[in-house]
Ligand binder design. Sequence first.
Ligand SMILES: Cc1cc2nc3c(=O)[nH]c(=O)nc-3n(C[C@H](O)[C@H](O)[C@H](O)COP(=O)(O)OP(=O)(O)OC[C@H]3O[C@@H](n4cnc5c(N)ncnc54)[C@H](O)[C@@H]3O)c2cc1C
Length: 415
Amino acid sequence: MPAAKPRIVIVGGGFGGLFTALDLAAAGSVTLISDEDHFLFTPMLYEYLSGEVEEWHIAPKYRELLDENVKLVRGAAANIDLTQKRVTVEGSGEPIDYDILVLAVGGVTNYAGVPGAEEFAIPFRKIAHANLLRKRMVTALDHVPPNLPPQDTRRALTFAVTGAGASGVELSTKMADLLRDAFERRALTGEPRVLVIEMGEKIVPGMGDAIREIVTQALTESRVEVHTLTRVVRITQNVVTVEHNGAQSEIETAAVVWTGGVRVSPLLDRLAIEKTDRGLILVEPTLQVRGHENIFALGDIAYYEDATPTLAGTGQLALQEAGLAARNIRALIDGEPLETKHFEEMGEAVSLGTERAAVLAGGKAFGGPLARQARFALYTARLPTWHHRLKVGASWFFEGTAPSPLLPLGIQRDT
Ligand SMILES: Cc1cc2nc3c(=O)[nH]c(=O)nc-3n(C[C@H](O)[C@H](O)[C@H](O)COP(=O)(O)OP(=O)(O)OC[C@H]3O[C@@H](n4cnc5c(N)ncnc54)[C@H](O)[C@@H]3O)c2cc1C
């Protein structure tokens, strides 16, 4: 390592990148490159959709989180030259040279080649996606007059969610509760329809039976229709075509939300480093990229064998990896031995509609309104920086976390 302050460049400011930057701040000359101006606490994007939390709670701007020890470069990293050790950023003049590189660019929505999915389905990974979905629900509601017959109302207010993993069940219960509340406020007849379409045979396949039972009950209470062993064949502007037992059927929808999968950022496609069949970067147990001692990779893009399959692709893994990456970068600079770590499961906390949640902690699962409170408390502790945690904790405590109803367009918070 050069004697002067080594140039540490971190690409991506999510769970992996931001927490590494916060931990490393004074260790060298640290630059964080991000295509967004904010961090996003994704586990609460559902609560943002329902208005239980505000944008500033879960998507704080980097400039509020980082001090002057970290230089922020706003833009998408477009190319990484491993020989010259430099990163080119879209729309920015000079490339950025590094001595140590941290890759933490996360994943993007994987539409699995389903025709029409990328064009017509709404992904659910960013604030903008939640805003779009909420607007779509409000617009659909605004087009339904109170005197419309129940069957027509139901058809006009049908929403489909693809995939019954944690994301699919959290989103569908939230949407169903919000829509039913809107039905009452607007005196509409009948009921909205929210479907979850799942290829596999069971919901939340990555979770244990105890928590699955609570989730199943919540889906029933929120009147979400679950279609397992059903495949999405095609999506158009207003219709989703599904296949079950070899038979295809068409369902008219106001919107389809795609929570069906994640793939690694396309930035990595062009990078000549060792990867798995799924394109994940193969890292040593120290989080160094194989064959490159000065490059670290973590989070959704890295394959860390010890954490697979249970923790792979989770924020809780990326968060823990950030601590190890920062520690090992300091050791590399100081010429000390690098460490490895066994990452712990920090429990599950699943949001279920606007009034309930399910929490798995210490091997015990519990649900209901108390679990919802526990989830808020647990997540306050996982937000970045003490300052932000205190501000958010105080806001939730004093101002409450009631959902914001789907009022007509024009009196919405986001219009
Ligand atoms: C809706 C939702 C809910 C989730 N809920 C949970 C949960 O409850 N518990 C859990 O453990 N996990 C959850 N996850 C998964 C969790 O968010 C990810 O595992 C975690 O964010 C991975 O961290 P990361 O640092 O690898 O990537 P990310 O947090 O995705 O961060 C990557 C960052 O890099 C930026 N970026 C991408 N490409 C570029 C580029 N070319 N140049 C510059 N910047 C770039 C992105 O904008 C982003 O800011 C959820 C995910 C979603 C989408």
